[in-house]
Design a binder for this molecule. Structure first.
Ligand SMILES: [Zn+2]
Length: 244
């Protein structure tokens, strides 16, 4: 089986080299390393250079990491845009303390980059599901992944109707909202990820835990793991434009 971990914060994963070895041994054929701000974007670029054709960098500006440094962040991303395969992690989080207007302003600038340079985006949309979707759609974005989607099903149906993707995390084992979304989405619109090193029920995740996501999704869908692996890996290749 070939798997892709479509969303990991590798610069925060302890003993990374060991974990990469573990991921390879478990059939993980590629990892999308997402950044959150300039410092982590620099780290993501550095890490991906050590693992060519295995770790693919995405440059981001996470709504949790916003202060008044947006210009500097956007300049860094634009300067390095040809080195990345996607823009992420980006988006909106209306449960977080960052002022909404600042989040919207930053996300709009990212969407503009995505549009101008034809880069897919990896979207965080917690408690701002409709707003995030409408901004993505309104900007005319062709390729988008709604990461760890756990929002309402009416918004999800619109996301799917626009041929955007959602990515499943190991929370597929226990989070009711996330499970509902995965059930609703056809396999052709699903990707697998870990959001490493996020802790799920007390356990810190690493890229090899994408196997947990695979198993949970296969169970939810009532489909063989090999089929889920095959389709989601094909989807990852398509949305990120990489050869796996
Ligand atoms: Zn993340």
């Amino acid at each position: 089986m070939k798997l892709v971990d479509c969303h990991a914060h590798l610069e925060e994963v302890p003993e990374l080299d060991l974990e990469i070895g573990r991921a390879r041994a478990n059939g993980v054929e590629a990892i999308i390393a997402v950044g959150s701000d300039k410092k982590s974007n620099e780290a993501v670029l550095r890490i991906s250079e050590n693992y060519p054709n295995y770790i693919y960098p995405a440059l981001g500006l996470h709504p949790w990491n916003l202060r008044d440094q947006i210009d500097e962040e956007i300049q860094f991303i634009e300067k390095n845009i040809e080195r990345c395969i996607a823009l992420g992690e980006v988006g909106l989080d209306f449960k977080y303390q960052t002022p909404k207007d600042l989040q919207i302003k930053a996300f709009a600038r990212i969407l503009d980059l995505s549009q101008r340079y034809d880069k897919p985006i990896i979207v965080h949309s917690r408690w701002a599901w409709r707003e995030a979707f409408e901004m993505v759609q309104g900007a005319g974005i062709k390729r988008a992944v709604f990461h760890w989607y756990s929002g309402p099903l009416d918004v999800l149906r619109e996301i799917l109707a626009h041929e955007y993707y959602l990515s499943a995390t190991p929370a597929a084992e226990f989070s009711e909202a996330h499970r509902m979304a995965i059930k609703e989405a056809p396999l052709e619109r699903l990707l697998l990820e870990t959001d490493s090193p996020v802790k799920y029920r007390g356990v810190a995740s690493t890229p090899s835990h994408v196997l947990k996501t695979l198993k949970a999704v296969a169970k939810l869908k009532g489909v063989a793991e090999t089929e889920v692996a095959e389709i989601t890996t094909k989807n990852a290749g398509k949305v990120f434009g990489i050869k796996i």
